[in-house]
Design a protein around this ligand. Structure first.
Ligand SMILES: CC(=O)N[C@H]1[C@@H](OP(=O)(O)OP(=O)(O)OC[C@H]2O[C@@H](n3ccc(=O)[nH]c3=O)[C@H](O)[C@@H]2O)O[C@H](CO)[C@@H](O)[C@@H]1O[C@H](C)C(=O)N[C@@H](C)C(=O)N[C@H](CCC(=O)O)C(=O)O
Ligand SMILES: Nc1ncnc2c1ncn2[C@@H]1O[C@H](COP(=O)(O)OP(=O)(O)OP(=O)(O)O)[C@@H](O)[C@H]1O
Ligand SMILES: N[C@H](CCC[C@H](N)C(=O)O)C(=O)O
Ligand SMILES: [Mg+2]
Length: 490
């Protein structure tokens, strides 16, 4: 059984009032979930301040509180500078430092984290039990669970890691968002390999400037290799992205680079992009292999290189990498075809940043024999600066762009659409249809033989968030019924 002092050992604590060392049998960040002898962390959130629930926690049987100021309770209150970061360290201690009991790979970058993590998983799970933490779900072996955030808050994260350790996971692959790094969600995680995909515009609503966004991503690398086991750690960096040079400067761990254009440790040569996938020669200090991938586009080669480099850093053989990558048929909602036998192509993709939309549309342009239609929207309560840019890219690479809604959340959908329209010229070929179902119908009803319709932004999502309501909505199902309906009309 743990006592309070067992959890604060690695922390700088300002004071404990009254000073005592009670037993702690559970830990909580939500006062509504407190159990007898539980420890409650008061977190200042974006919507409420957890300090106001300290009394409630005491009444429900908590044996101690962690807070940023003294609160009106009679149980011991541990006062710290930053209760979020303290929570990360204490949760790790409560669960006996689970990330020291398996290998942990962290993947950060604007685009490609989910895809790269699935590629690493496909390679590694051939020979070992893996865990996965990311946008779509968390996974232990083949058992998946839904998740709210790409990178969960430290307390549920450490609890998940404890379950992974108990279930004998050997390697966990985790997407590490810039929010998570900035908010200290991954403090207390002992990463073995840290991977960078790329840095382009997103989340400026939160980070404000690209410099601050880059600094947040950099934390994954600056925090790597500062322990006694630094020799066992590796940073995997993309030489073709200029942010890598800054991350290399911040990092004390050995670096393994990958790239297509610039000279790198792990290099793709003879890159071939075809309508059925990609192929390239993987050149490494340990030898070369021909790689065949069912994933489309040049950006997929980068994801495959990042995955291969991460696996090489972890000691996986080139043969396993070649074999593992060849088994991947696709990643849900990423360039996912919707095919019910129609004479034109429909693709659902999760591109929701200017750069990803441009990459995907360029890939589609390379394949297209007929017209290209794109249905796209921009999220509400998210970075507004990407809206005109995404609209510009949509019209640039399509014959008709249909601007629509993508999780307007608490913003006015028409206002979001106006931000998109502000990015294009009147004479550009675009149509505004706020209702996403109608927008998909509109594009699909116009498609003819050999045309391609891209439905971008929601990928694997099975909902549309309007206000605080989460309504069922799946682009793939909508596309399928639209195709069937429009074939009846013809
Ligand atoms: C802006 C942000 O990051 N918000 C996160 C934050 O919510 P919050 O600050 O609103 O929390 P709050 O409701 O104010 O509560 C504060 C504290 O009071 C506690 N509380 C609250 C009520 C009560 O009765 N009793 C009580 O104790 C809460 O449990 C909490 O500890 O803490 C929550 C719990 O960890 C997160 O789920 C939530 O993420 C929201 C859903 C979110 O949208 N986050 C986005 C911005 C995000 O983090 N995205 C990244 C990147 C996505 C990507 O690009 O892939 C991600 O990693 O997901
Ligand atoms: N390496 C890449 N470079 C640019 N765009 C990419 C890359 N990989 C994927 N994409 C595009 O970005 C979209 C999102 O990919 P993915 O889900 O792998 O990224 P992510 O970083 O996990 O995103 P999120 O931060 O939203 O979780 C894909 O649907 C595709 O359009
Ligand atoms: N993780 C990203 C996902 C965006 C997906 C898009 N469909 C949207 O809602 O903007 C975010 O929360 O910003
Ligand atoms: Mg993701």
């Amino acid at each position: 059984m743990k006592r309070l002092n067992d959890l604060t050992r690695l922390l700088t604590v300002k004071k404990v009032v009254p000073d005592a060392n009670p037993a702690i049998t559970s830990i909580h960040m939500d006062s509504r979930e407190i159990k007898q002898n539980g420890l409650f962390f008061c977190i200042r959130g974006y919507t409420v301040d957890g300090h106001q629930f300290a009394k409630q926690a005491e009444e429900k049987g908590a044996s101690a509180i962690v807070a940023e100021e003294e609160v009106d309770v009679s149980i011991p209150c541990v006062v710290v500078n930053d209760s979020k970061r303290a929570m990360a360290m204490m949760a790790s201690a409560f669960y006996d430092y689970p990330t020291t009991r398996f290998r942990l790979i962290g993947i950060t970058g604007t685009n490609g984290k989910t895809t790269t993590s699935h590629l690493v998983d496909a390679i590694m799970q051939q020979h070992q039990k893996t865990g996965l933490v990311g946008t779509m779900y968390t996974k232990i072996g083949s058992e998946t669970k839904d998740t709210k955030n790409t990178t969960p808050e430290s307390l549920p994260l450490q609890r998940l890691f404890a379950e992974m350790a108990e279930k004998h996971v050997e390697t966990c692959i985790m997407e590490v968002s810039s929010h998570a790094l900035d908010l200290g969600r991954v403090r207390g995680c002992d990463f073995n390999t840290a991977v960078f995909t790329n840095l382009t515009k997103d989340h400026l609503d939160y980070h404000k400037t690209m410099e601050a966004y880059k600094q947040a991503k950099g934390l994954l690398f600056s925090q790597l290799g500062n322990s006694y086991e630094a020799f066992a750690k590796t940073a995997v960096l993309n030489t073709d992205d200029e942010a890598s040079a800054d991350f290399a400067r911040m990092c004390t761990a050995p670096i393994l680079t990958y790239g297509i254009e610039s000279d790198s440790d792990i290099q793709a040569e003879n890159v071939q992009l075809t309508p059925s996938g990609t192929s390239f020669t993987l050149v490494t200090p340990w030898g070369q292999r021909n790689i065949k991938l069912s994933l489309m586009g040049r950006f997929s080669v980068y994801n495959a290189l990042a995955a291969a480099a991460a696996c090489l850093a972890e000691g996986v053989s080139l043969d396993s990498i070649q074999e593992g990558l060849s088994t991947v048929r696709g990643v849900s909602g990423r360039f996912e075809p919707v095919d019910v036998g129609q004479p034109y192509a429909v693709v659902v993709d999760y591109a929701h940043t200017p750069n990803s939309l441009e990459n995907v549309l360029q890939t589609i342009q390379e394949m297209a024999e007929g017209n290209v239609y794109v249905v796209v929207g921009c999220g509400g309560d998210r970075d507004a600066t990407k809206r005109p840019e995404m609209a510009r890219i949509a019209v640039k690479y399509s014959d008709n762009a249909v601007f629509t809604s993508d999780n307007p959340r608490n913003e006015d959908p028409d206002q979001i659409l106006q931000h998109m329209v502000d990015g294009v010229e009147k004479e550009d070929s675009f149509t505004v249809i706020s209702e996403r179902r109608q927008a998909i119908r509109y594009a699909i009803s116009r498609a003819k033989r050999n045309d391609i319709v891209l439905i971008a932004g929601k990928g694997h999502e099975t909902y549309q968030i309007i206000g605080n309501q989460v309504l069922d909505f799946d682009d793939r199902k909508e596309a399928e019924s639209s195709i069937i309906e429009s074939s009846k009309d013809q």
